[in-house]
Design a binder for this molecule. Structure first.
Ligand code: GLN
Length: 187
């Protein structure tokens, strides 16, 4: 199984390590020509969604990736990646891939709670160590979006068709179960 990891900015190496530990081959997407190869899934990592969104356009990678996601390529998106997928962003005028029908709020936990750890229940997985770093949360989701986790009444993980997304960073948790869920979607 070959998984592509968007590697223009942010925390992509940790995803690669986790996927490789699960037996996947990984390839980094840094420029348009990296998209010429075939792969079974794609990861949109955490980082800064505004920077990633801008680079995707500048590097001419945006249309290709959006089209693949719309055509069913499995995608795992974490934190900034979730913001890239969201169809609506409450506190930002920008929209990126907009393939996931949810409204997210960027930096939703404010400055003081910028980063925190929470052991929370994920549907089908049980208690999972969640690392939040200047994280968004999902304010609202379309009816057919499956909610996988909530923290303090805010949605923090969802699945919708081929798209799996989390506000936290499963790649930093040392727990591969969330990535395994994704790899199973790719298989
Ligand atoms: N605050 C970042 C953003 O808005 C996301 C933070 C992260 O990915 N850890 O893009």
């Amino acid at each position: 199984m070959k998984i592509a990891v968007l590697a223009v900015q942010g925390a992509f190496i940790e995803h690669e390590k986790m996927l490789e530990a699960l037996g996947c081959e990984t390839v980094e997407l840094r420029q348009k020509k990296d998209l010429e190869q075939s792969f079974d899934g794609i990861v949109l990592p955490g980082g800064e969604s505004t920077v990633q969104g801008k680079l995707l356009k500048e590097l001419n990678m945006y249309d290709d990736i959006k089209e693949r996601i719309e055509h069913g390529l499995p995608v795992l998106a974490t934190c900034a990646g979730l913001i890239l997928l969201a169809s609506d962003i409450a506190n930002d005028d920008r929209r990126h891939f907009a393939t996931l029908p949810v409204r997210v709020k960027r930096n939703a936990y404010g400055r003081q709670l910028g980063s925190f750890h929470h052991d929370g229940e994920i549907k089908g997985l049980g208690v999972f160590p969640m690392e939040f770093i200047r994280a968004p949360y999902i304010e609202d989701a379309a009816e057919d979006v499956e909610v996988l986790a909530e923290v303090d009444n805010h949605i923090v993980a969802v699945r919708y068709k081929n798209q799996l997304a989390a506000a936290f960073h499963p790649e930093l948790s040392g727990d591969a179960r969330f990535h395994k869920l994704f790899v199973d979607m790719c298989g």
